[in-house]
Design a protein around this ligand. Structure first.
Ligand code: PEP
Length: 251
């Protein structure tokens, strides 16, 4: 199980350091479950100092697919490595929706992240209109297959998937455990097709979309739900800690 907090565009350097301290205080010695926080880029190095020596890992929320160069405002995989990142969230629906990211650009990012030994948390998920039209499996299949096209995975820990139905992100509307399990099992099948039984079976598939202390246990009890990508609730260390505890109890 992995529980990762996506802080999005919240916190400044001071409050990020404080939140990281609170998270370490709440879950810094947890064993049996992997924990990560993904603060805004300006606070990555400061948060890394706080996490150092704890079991909580650092992740970024995005990166560019080139090594370096004239890409004003962008951040490279090497830069993320240099401030201690282990994970990088890629293809989040907010990036696809507001910043024009496509399966092609996300795929380039996944490949570059792997080149720098970062673990991508590749986000996939359908919109409400796509689900209402019965297209959710086709949409997610395209995102998984195009996002991972040409990406070699030998060790299941090299890439993490996150299923985040767009209609559940920040809306307070969570997928039911059965809806989450059905899609996770579908994604599991795709990964087994692409990488074989051994690797596909062991890759982590996180659920994301309004996970809270009150619904985490039921979601994590599903056989193909290997943890969560947590947005809003990760900004409160007690709530995030309770979600991590639910993962510990389920693992
Ligand atoms: C997210 O943005 O990855 C997310 C899951 O957000 P929330 O938990 O707030 O729905």
């Amino acid at each position: 199980m992995l529980v990762a907090g996506n802080w999005k565009m919240n916190t400044d350097r001071t409050s990020a350091v404080q939140l990281a301290r609170d998270v370490v205080g709440a879950v810094g010695d947890v064993t049996g479950v992997q924990v990560a926080v993904c603060p805004p880029a300006v606070s990555l190095d400061a948060v890394f100092e706080v996490l150092h020596g704890s079991s909580v890992r650092l992740g970024a929320q995005n990166m560019h697919y080139e090594d370096h160069g004239a890409f004003t405002g962008e951040i490279s995989a090497g830069m993320l490595r240099s401030v201690g990142c282990h994970y990088v969230i890629l293809g989040h629906s907010e990036r696809r929706q507001y910043f024009g990211e496509t399966d092609v650009s996300v795929n380039k990012k996944v490949k570059k992240a792997r080149e720098y030994k970062l673990v991508p948390i590749l986000c996939v998920g359908e919109t409400l209109a796509q689900r209402d039209a019965g297209e959710e499996n086709a949409v997610v299949q395209t995102q998984v297959e195009k996002g991972l096209a040409g990406v070699e995975i030998r060790d299941p820990g090299e890439v993490v998937l996150a299923y985040e139905p767009v209609w559940a992100i920040g809306t307070g509307r969570t997928a039911t455990p059965a809806q989450a399990q059905a899609m996770h099992a579908f994604i599991r099948g795709l990964l087994i097709n692409m990488y074989g039984e051994k690797v596909g079976f062991a890759m982590q598939i996180l659920y994301g979309g309004s996970v809270k202390p009150g619904n985490a246990a039921d979601l994590f009890a599903q056989p193909d739900v290997d943890g969560g990508l947590i947005g809003g609730a990760s900004l409160n260390a007690a709530d995030f800690g309770a979600i991590v505890e639910a993962a510990v109890a389920a693992s």
